[in-house]
Ligand binder design. Structure first.
Ligand code: NDP
Length: 367
């Protein structure tokens, strides 16, 4: 019991949330009319920015009120589509002026990875809460700078980990913490898709900071941590490249990696830009198993255990995420699985160790 408590503490999980059935842990969705609304500006009006904006139309506690973009034509489209006033529109040169705008509470940074750190820090210095997409930064050193800047500015730093609010994921995590699967000693995470256009920023080291690991492999890292409820002690990793033209130096196509945990549990994971429909989590314990496939896509997520399927209504992930993030920022709500800067940083420490292990071929201890 003592060990399990330590793990829960390490994983940053709220013990109160863990004792509740998963439907109650999403109780922030039963909002009252008088609840305050988080007023959000989206930065980076690309593919995922559009998805978030569309999902926010159905939010009860978060509202899209502003944009930050380098493309004037997109700003015009968004102004019409979402009734955004001129005074809430910025570009990358002038968005520091957001500090003088009392009608925006938070900025959601949805740009290529290398811009997450500089833009998030500018948002924090402007006194606005930061919601930043994954990976939070290019490496742990950058992540630490972001955490420190947001702390110094007295603003929240949250990472767009939408799965942390997904009902079936939360139910599997709740059952794992309740001991339903016994001692969970094995996790398998398979995360990948086949990437297209070779000119896109995801294959540009300067903008992406790496390859599949930064983009999709991070789901298996993060998933291993929340499914096992422990923090890894070590990693080993191996890289495979079938197309060195498309996947240039420092841009990983495929990495397999293993993580060892204090309980003796191991995780065996695959991150790739070469296989489609690869999205599976499998957790096995001394008493049972949980399997999720798809496990981190936009859903509906499918989950089952040795006792049968897990049923829960599919709600657009980004709608739940933004409502829950509003509750975190405005009410101080503690999510069952954290989404703060420290959580984003933990994944970056592991990403750093995986890239190091690929280089050295050695087992790398997690700092
Ligand atoms: P896109 O390329 O579709 O959009 C990125 C946007 O960032 C651009 O449209 C552009 O918007 C802005 N931008 C600013 N500077 C640059 C630059 N130098 N090069 C290219 N774009 C620039 O990417 P995604 O929307 O797919 O990804 C953005 C972020 O969201 C990534 O960090 C990614 O990891 C994350 N993501 C998260 C997902 C999740 O499920 N949580 C899913 C998909 C992505 P503008 O023209 O308005 O300036």
């Amino acid at each position: 019991m003592r060990t399990r408590r330590i793990f829960i503490k390490r994983a940053g999980l709220s013990t109160l949330a863990l004792s509740l059935p998963f439907s109650d842990t999403l109780s922030a969705m039963n909002f009252k009319k008088e609840d305050k609304v988080l007023r959000v500006a989206i930065m980076g009006l690309g593919s995922y920015g559009n998805r978030v904006a569309e999902a926010m139309v159905n939010c009860k506690r978060a509202k899209l009120v502003g944009v930050i973009s380098g493309t004037p034509s997109k700003i015009e489209d968004w102004k019409k589509k979402y009734s955004i006033p001129d005074k809430n529109c910025y570009n990358y040169e002038n968005f520091d002026q957001i500090k003088d705008n009392p009608d925006i509470d938070a900025v959601y940074v949805i740009t290529p990875n290398s811009l997450h750190k500089p833009y998030s820090i500018r948002v924090a210095k402007a006194g606005k809460h930061v919601i930043c997409e994954k990976p939070m930064a290019l490496n742990a050193a950058e992540g630490r700078e972001m955490v420190a800047a947001c702390k110094a500015a007295g603003v929240h730093l949250l990472v767009g980990y939408r799965m942390h609010f997904e009902a079936k994921t939360m139910e599997v995590v709740r059952r794992q913490r309740a001991g339903e699967f016994g001692e969970t000693l094995f996790f398998q995470g398979l995360s990948g898709f086949r990437i297209g256009d070779p000119t896109q920023w995801r294959l540009n080291y300067e903008l992406a900071g790496g390859g599949s690991m930064m983009d999709i492999g991070i789901y298996s890292i993060n998933g291993a941590r929340y499914m096992l409820g422990e923090e890894p002690l070590w990693v080993t990793a191996q890289e495979m490249k079938t197309d060195p033209v498309k996947f240039k130096e420092n841009v990983d196509e495929t990495i397999t990696f293993q993580m060892g945990f204090p309980s003796g549990a191991v995780a065996s994971c695959l991150s790739t830009y070469s296989l489609n429909n690869l999205d599976k989590f499998f957790l096995n314990g001394t008493k049972g198993f949980a399997e999720m496939q798809p496990s981190t896509g936009y859903g509906p997520i499918k989950a089952w255990t040795n006792k049968g399927p897990i049923d829960a209504e599919h709600i657009t992930h980004q709608t739940t995420q933004m409502d829950e993030m509003a509750a975190i920022i405005l009410d101080g709500k503690k999510p069952m699985i954290p989404v703060d800067g420290e959580e984003g940083l933990r994944d970056l420490v592991i990403v750093d160790a995986i890239y190091q292990a690929v280089k050295t071929g050695e087992k790398e201890m997690i700092a």
